[in-house]
Design a protein around this ligand. Sequence first.
Ligand code: ADP
Ligand code: MG
Length: 720
Amino acid sequence: MAKAQGFETSSISRLDQTKVSQYFGCNTFSERTMRDRLQKDVHKAYRQALKRGEALPLEVAKSVALAMKEWALEQGCTHFTHWFLPMTGATAEKHDAFITWDDEPGQVIERFSGSQLIQGEPDASSFPSGGLRATFEARGYTAWDPASPAFIMEGPLGKTLCIPTAFVGYHGEALDHKVPLLRSMGALSRNAKEALLHFGVRTESVVAQCGPEQEYFAVDLELAQQRPDLMFANRTLQGAKPPKGQELEDHYFGSIKERVLGFMQDVVLECFKLGIPAKTRHNEVAPNQFEIAPIYEAANLASDHNQLLMEILKAVGERHGLAILLHEKPFAGVNGSGKHVNWSLATDEGHNLLEPGKTPEENLQFLYFLCATLKAIHTHGGLLRAAIASAGNDHRLGANEAPPAIMSAFLGAQLNHILDAIEKGDVVDVSMQHLIDLGIGNLPRIEKDATDRNRTSPFAFTGNKFEFRAVGSSQPIALPLTVINAAVAEALDSLNTRLEAELKAGKESKAAVLSVVRQAIIETKAIRFEGNNYSDEWKIEAERRGLPHAKDTVSALHVWENPASKAVFSRPGILSEGELEARLHIRHEQYQKAIAIETQVLRQMAETQILPSITADLGARADSLGKLTALGIAVPETLQQALQAQTTLAGEAMARLSAMKVALAAAEAIEDNHARTEAFGNQVNQSKHALREVLDHLEEACDADLWPLPKYWQLLSPLV
Ligand code: ADP
Ligand code: MG
């Protein structure tokens, strides 16, 4: 498990007495701090660049850097770092001290220039580029994202000023997750603004907003450290089922035990200091599973904050003697963890475009954006599926605990009824009380859906936002957000074009919108599904409807190579074909690497821990039986049979271990990237699974005192 940054505890008791509003964001160079510390014209220039999404002029950057340095030094920072999100999925930092030589020999002064603020130059050669960067061009550049405030990371050994940055190559190629996210937000804003003009709404920008709900497991750190699988692969690779699983269902929303509550309080405190609006915390379905959710923010901020939150969870967990598991499936047979990515669109005044309106006119605009989102899911369901494909999420999707790998959208009974009525050309349906307003131009009035939501849907409309529920708990949300933004931007572009054609043909404006909406409703009908997504009937029905169903990462990744998938990124300049190819390459590599590590760890556990223990157990039992025989005591046949059976099973484990090694070596020898992914996903995974099956049986019959690993029931016992 990666060693996370440490966070300071000393100030906690003081802050606990204080109102959150008084210290929220105190460790960030926030809007308020900037307003106080920057000259008026500098602050104005900064705000303007931000609003227009433009780069900061160097003169402005100089003044901001100076103020930022002074603030950071006052707070006790000694170093600064550009903080970025390379394609590894983890965050990266390269720390520099705030010092430079002074005129006086041997003396240093604290210095931090404008150019150091807006641009850094870490050696990029050790970050994955998917072949985008030749070694002679190993330089990479990091550039400040002024929309994301600089923050102070507190560690036991001091404080560091972190500057959230984008990471690009020598020719401007995106080498991180932030650059495409920002570009996709730009494309979406452009097309949404254009759409809004048809409704008489002018806005400087339209912002994609996101609130990610983060699930995780907490287990006792001392126990976790005795399991190489948890330490190196973040999940258990072996483990017999506990006598009491989650079948009692007493954990969800249950009272939070004191030890966990203490941990959660510290997590929330660290979040508040960093300006992360952590809002809700509760137990989840499985034992020792929990969730934390923030108030929603602009998607790029939400992405940075979720990345920071994952680091905070791990670091604070360690302080409380807890190992925090962010993996999608840490325990076989126990519900896994996801990250519900809630997504909506808002004008710069904060008007949510997915919120049903008060008047029929507003609702027409709402329906337009709703249908654009449906069209996006309909056209690019396969791509959305690919965006969340990973070795970890493969264990979860479609396993009757998480939405299936088939993308569909749930709208709720009321909205469905309205869309059906519009489709029939029958907007006025008097039997639908309070939905249809007969008064104004036969346009529907929509009220917030009061019905319970469908928890099995991968993409559910929940009143004023969509909830993408199939995202994995450990993955950065930047990629799924980029795909949603890109797909909706494309769909809006297409609806806008149709609308303009209708208007040109002389149609009255409301009628024209209704006609475009109706066409989109008809086209996207196949992805609307209100039933149980976990059922087998849905799989059959989805196939009949022609919806893509990629069961695992191996099949999901193929979609990236479709011309339609490439175009949704390349046309609006979100990712060029070269950048896309590089990303695909890295996705393959990461998938292979994850499975290779699991295989190596399982091999080592079987060879050096489990099988030696089994042999010791067999030996001890054989000794005992021998002693009984020596005393002339008849050993019942059943005892001998049990020993024989366990011995045979140990032999089977050895055979399966050998088979797994062969499968791993064969996969690693494959040159072709795609073929190698297939071998890892199929043969290697199957061989791992086969070995695990026997090891789990061996565990069930082995002397518990000799068993070398903490068992499932220990790991999943209440944390007291
Ligand atoms: P629910 O009960 O539907 O899960 P919550 O209000 O608890 O709703 O929200 C769950 C998550 O959705 C939170 O992280 C929240 O910030 C986020 N969220 C709420 N409204 C929006 C919105 N308009 N856009 C994006 N995310 C949102
Ligand atoms: Mg939710």
